[in-house]
Design a protein around this ligand. Structure first.
Ligand code: URA
Length: 373
């Protein structure tokens, strides 16, 4: 006798049983499809030879003797972590001052690259055991906080560069997404640094090593800077993006000729004269990390760029008076530009199965189950 629907196949079966059978069948097809996808991916991966070495250059010959190598400030070491497995796919390292900003950027990148999180998980600060910096991994992107000033960013760069070396990473690009003090530019403007200069307007990062002054070039990658600049869309973006020279100082107050620090041995007139003179030489902003960032990435053969958001026009004042709502809205501007670049580069990849692969890698690499961080 035919069933409810009139066919002989489901003769005698109740609608409930039919529903259950359909669900079971769907589940079977879904899991077989997944297994098939995994098989294809593994076959593709099996065909690719894993790189023997990273593309980083000029690193210390002492590194190979460090067994294990302890990245103390990141709270990681090569004995307890499989660096090639966890970080081998890293292609972009984005750095900014605070942990919160970099966590927000990590979530933005996840959205931009259409990488999915299980609803019960959050991104995990992988550098939490070091109690110094915050580090989030989203697929091929590391989002890391660097604190303030050259000493802080330099310690972090030493350890990140070693991490990528141990992980055998290929051609990583480093981008600092920071804040800056503008010279004659409106707060909210995005600045792409064309050069990083020290306080004497020289393109060097100065370090005292064994009692001697050593100068390292702080030149930035012009192609990368131009590429980032080309991604600004003046008629669509609700902000200006400009390019110019950046002066890196060792101090926020006197180093940047502020009148509002605890000490000040100069006048308002000499401050204005100084700002005008550097402006005439093409300087558009101050920061406190660019020379160390440029020099250390240069030394390791890493392409790097600096994209920052101006929070004050120093021609008009010293204090940061923009309301927090403005600052948090402006924070998204350099992030939007850098996210465009990463998305463009990410989509260039020929292996279209990687997005799915990252979703599988993520839970072990960078996510924390069930609890918020
Ligand atoms: N960062 C700086 O170094 N200076 C400023 O004025 C603002 C941000």
């Amino acid at each position: 006798m035919p069933g409810n629907c009139g066919c002989n196949t489901c003769a005698g079966a109740s609608p409930c049983e039919l529903n259950r059978d359909v669900c079971q069948l769907k589940e079977l097809v879904r899991s077989q499809g997944k297994q098939l996808g995994q098989l294809v991916r593994h076959m593709k991966m099996g065909c690719k030879k894993p790189p023997k070495e990273s593309t980083l250059k000029g690193l210390s010959p002492c590194l190979k003797c460090l067994q294990p190598d302890v990245l103390y400030h990141l709270g990681m070491d090569t004995a307890t972590m499989d660096f090639p497995k966890v970080f081998g796919d890293v292609r972009f390292v984005c750095m900014g001052g605070t942990a919160e900003r970099m966590e927000r950027f990590a979530y933005k990148i996840m959205k931009e690259l259409s990488l999915k999180l299980n609803p019960a998980t959050t991104l995990r600060n992988m550098a939490e055991p070091g109690h110094r910096y915050a580090l989030y991994k989203v697929g091929p992107v590391l989002c890391v906080s660097h604190g303030m000033g050259c000493p802080s960013i330099s310690i972090l760069l030493h350890e990140l560069i070693k991490m990528l070396h141990h992980a055998k990473c290929q051609d990583p690009v480093f981008i600092r997404i920071g804040t800056c003090g503008g010279i004659g530019i409106e707060p909210g403007t995005v600045v792409i640094s064309s050069e990083a200069l020290d306080g004497m307007l020289n393109p060097y990062y100065e370090l005292i090593v064994q009692g001697k002054v050593v100068l390292y070039s702080s030149k930035l990658d012009q192609c990368l800077a131009n590429e980032l600049l080309s991604l600004a869309i003046p008629c669509e973006d609700d902000f200006c993006t400009i390019s110019g020279k950046t002066i890196c100082t060792n101090d926020f107050y006197e180093g940047q000729t502020r009148l509002d620090g605890a000490f000040c041995d100069y006048t308002n007139q000499s401050k204005t004269a100084y700002l005008q003179s550097v402006q005439c030489q093409g300087v558009v902003n101050f920061d406190m990390e660019s020379t160390a960032f440029a020099a250390l990435t240069n030394r390791a053969n890493i392409r790097s760029a600096i994209v920052s958001m101006c929070i004050v026009n120093r021609m008009e004042g010293d204090q940061i008076l923009s309301p927090p709502e403005c600052l948090s809205e402006w924070e998204k501007r350099p992030q939007a530009l850098v996210a465009r670049y990463i998305r463009k580069e990410f989509l260039k990849r020929d292996d279209d199965s990687d997005t799915e692969a990252y979703e599988e890698v993520c839970p072990s690499a960078c996510l924390e189950g069930d609890k918020a961080i």
